[in-house]
Design a protein around this ligand. Structure first.
Ligand SMILES: Cc1cc2nc3c(=O)[nH]c(=O)nc-3n(C[C@H](O)[C@H](O)[C@H](O)COP(=O)(O)O)c2cc1C
Length: 351
């Protein structure tokens, strides 16, 4: 059973007045308790991680928190969370947030879609929200904290009879490690899902043209995008129907491959008119050598923080395998595939 009190996790002793005011104004009237550290596993909490950064973009207590989460893979079972980060400069706020989200998610924590209230030094990142709300940058920051806190408290993962999954990949079935892992997960899921798979590898995938906001909105309202093609004809309708998307992600130069990246960029027009907040994001990431966490963090920021998909607990499976066929021969892989599929079954069939 989840509770209706918000636990504010505030690591760090050098919090600024702005940070304290944002928590005070944003959380006014909400039932809250505050803790400065996590040093034992928590169950079924609603959590706002509130992270202040210093002039170097760091916070040693925050790194202790990351260390605890990375070494306690069941530390946050049943918890639902979001993150507030406040830093004095333009840099490091987003990277701190996505490191935390990945670590906490792999420790069992769900993250709501758009789980970040981020304050860079100048607060210029709130320019659009402030203009839309007719308020100051500071008030827009406070409103973002308030809105996030309310969404953390009210979140419930949808309970579904016959969940619809959309799988996006750009791999070759003959050689791909990520596809081989997915095929096994799919077999574990059995017939209880309606699964659509779209391959974005057909050579016609255009990246986002970066149209002006009004042009993008104009196309989005018609269910289209400037370039059309597979994104508009297949991916948009499939995402509208899907309860969850699964991205199959080989690590290409410590990043998502170009086709998948382009697909995420091209979701912008759909996002203008369709909320993704009740849609879950899953992923399988395979790196030849290292760096899967960087790819997973790209998914966290691109699809969860920016586009608003929510992250079910342990949203991604991370494996290291290079040559064709080697992922399926990794020690312990069957057990990890079982666990990943069992997580999907439990999370999406929780009616
Ligand atoms: C263009 C390209 C770039 C790659 N870059 C990296 C990399 O930066 N780090 C890494 O660990 N593996 C890298 N790899 C290896 C792949 O991540 C690895 O072979 C993985 O198993 C591929 O998954 P797939 O078989 O599903 O395509 C790269 C492979 C290719 C083709």
């Amino acid at each position: 059973m989840s509770e209706s009190v918000l636990t504010i996790v505030c690591p760090g002793k050098f919090a600024s007045e702005r940070y304290a005011l944002a928590l005070e104004a944003g959380l006014k009237g909400l039932p809250c308790r505050v803790t400065t550290r996590l040093d034992k596993p928590m169950r079924n909490l609603r959590i706002l991680f509130a992270i202040p950064l210093d002039d170097s973009g760091m916070n040693r207590d925050f790194y202790d928190l990351l260390g605890f989460l990375r070494t306690h893979p069941d530390a946050l079972e049943g918890c639902v969370a979001g993150v507030m980060v406040d830093g004095p400069g333009d840099l490091y706020t987003k990277s701190a947030a996505r490191e935390l989200v990945l670590a906490a998610n792999l420790a069992g924590c769900t993250f709501v879609g758009r789980p970040l209230a981020e304050a860079i030094g100048s607060l210029q990142n709130f320019t659009v929200q402030a203009k839309n709300a007719g308020c100051s940058l500071t008030d827009a920051f406070h409103l973002a904290v308030k809105n996030l806190a309310e969404r953390i408290l009210s979140f419930s993962s949808p309970a579904l009879k016959n969940p619809k999954l959309l799988v996006l990949h750009a791999s070759s079935r003959r050689t791909s490690n990520t596809l081989a892992l997915w095929d096994k997960v799919k077999r574990h899921l059995g017939g209880t899902y309606t699964i659509a798979e779209i391959c974005l590898r057909n050579g016609t995938m255009e990246d986002c043209a970066g149209c002006p906001y009004t042009t993008c909105l104009h196309y989005g309202e018609k269910g289209e995008c400037f370039y059309g093609g597979v994104m508009v004809q297949e991916v948009y309708p499939a995402i509208r129907k899907a309860n969850a998307i699964v991205l199959l992600c080989p690590n290409y130069n410590d990043a998502l491959s170009a086709n998948l990246s382009a697909a995420i960029n091209r979701l912008t027009a759909l996002y203008r008119t369709t909320s993704f907040q009740e849609k879950a994001l899953y992923a399988i990431v395979v790196s030849g050598y290292s760096g899967g966490d960087i790819v997973a963090q790209q998914l966290v920021s691109g699809l969860c923080m920016n586009k608003g998909f929510y992250l079910p607990p342990r949203f991604c499976m991370l494996e290291t395998a290079n040559d064709a066929g080697t992922a399926m021969r990794l020690p312990g892989i069957e057990g990890r595939l079982d666990q990943f599929a069992a997580g999907m079954l439990e999370q999406l069939h929780n009616e």
